[in-house]
Write a protein that binds this ligand. Sequence first.
Ligand code: SAM
Length: 254
Amino acid sequence: MSSKNSTNDEIKEPQKRFFRQRAHVNPLSFNNAFEYPSCPREFQEKDMKKLYAFSDEDDEKRSKKVDFLDVGCGFGGLTVGLAPLFPNKNVLGMEIRMKVTEYVRLRIKALRAKHPGQYGNAAVIKTNAMKFLPNYFEKGQISKMFFCFPDPHFKVKKHNRRIINYVLLTEYAYVLRPGGLLYTITDVYDLHKWMGDHCESHPCFVRVSQDEIDADKAVPVVFNNTEEGKKVARNNGKKFLNVFRRIPDDKVPL
Ligand code: SAM
C-alpha cells in the first residue's frame, strides 16, 4: 500500500453516533457562547484560509470569499452535496451545536482525503446564525442561502426563535447579492407557510417561478441530501419548498 493511501485510510468518515447532541437549542440564549468576527475582513483574513483548501488553479476560478450558506447545516448533507456540484463556489455550513459542527468538520476532512482535489470548497463553522451575520459577510456577498428543515419551534410563544422572521430577513437581504436566492424546505406545512408569508411580505424578496425552480440544479440536493430530508423520505413525509429572489435595491418598493 502506498503511503498516500495509508494516509487516506487513516482519515475515516466520523460516525454520527459519537456526535449526537440534544436536538433543540435555544438560539436566543447563546449570546456569549461564540466568538464572532468583528467585521467581514477579519473573517476573510483570519478564517478563510483555515477553513477551505485552495490550489493555485482556484485562485483564478474561485474567489476567496464564501458564496453559499447552509444555515443550520446539521450533519452537513447539503454542504457536502453542493460542494462538488458547484466546484467554483465556497459553501459554508453554519451550525449552533458544537458536537454536530465537529462531526461535519471531520466529515469534510475525510471526504477531502478520499477524493483528492474535491471538497476544498466545503467548510463548516460553529456559530449562532441568528446573531451578527453581517460581521461575517459583506453586503451582497452571498449568492445562495439555504434553510433546510429548520427547527419548527411549534409553540406560539417560541415563534420568536424561528430562523425566518422579518428582522432576520432584512439581514439575509443585506448579505445576499441582488438576484441571489433564498431557499427554505420543511416537512411542517404551517412552518412552510410561515416562511413563505414572511418572505412574501418582505420588500426585498420575490417568489421564484416554478420553471426556474425546475431548472435549478441545487434544488434536488435541497430535497434529497440533507439528513432531515432523508428521514422525512423514509417516513413517506411531504417536503415543502420555497425559493425567493433578492431584488436589487433600486427595485425595492419604498
Ligand atoms: N439542515 C439540516 C438538515 O436538513 O438535515 C439540519 C436540520 S435540524 C432540524 C436544524 C439544525 O439547525 C440543527 O442542527 C440546529 O442545531 C441548527 N440550528 C438551529 N438554530 C441555529 C442557529 N441559530 N444557528 C445555527 N444553527 C442553528
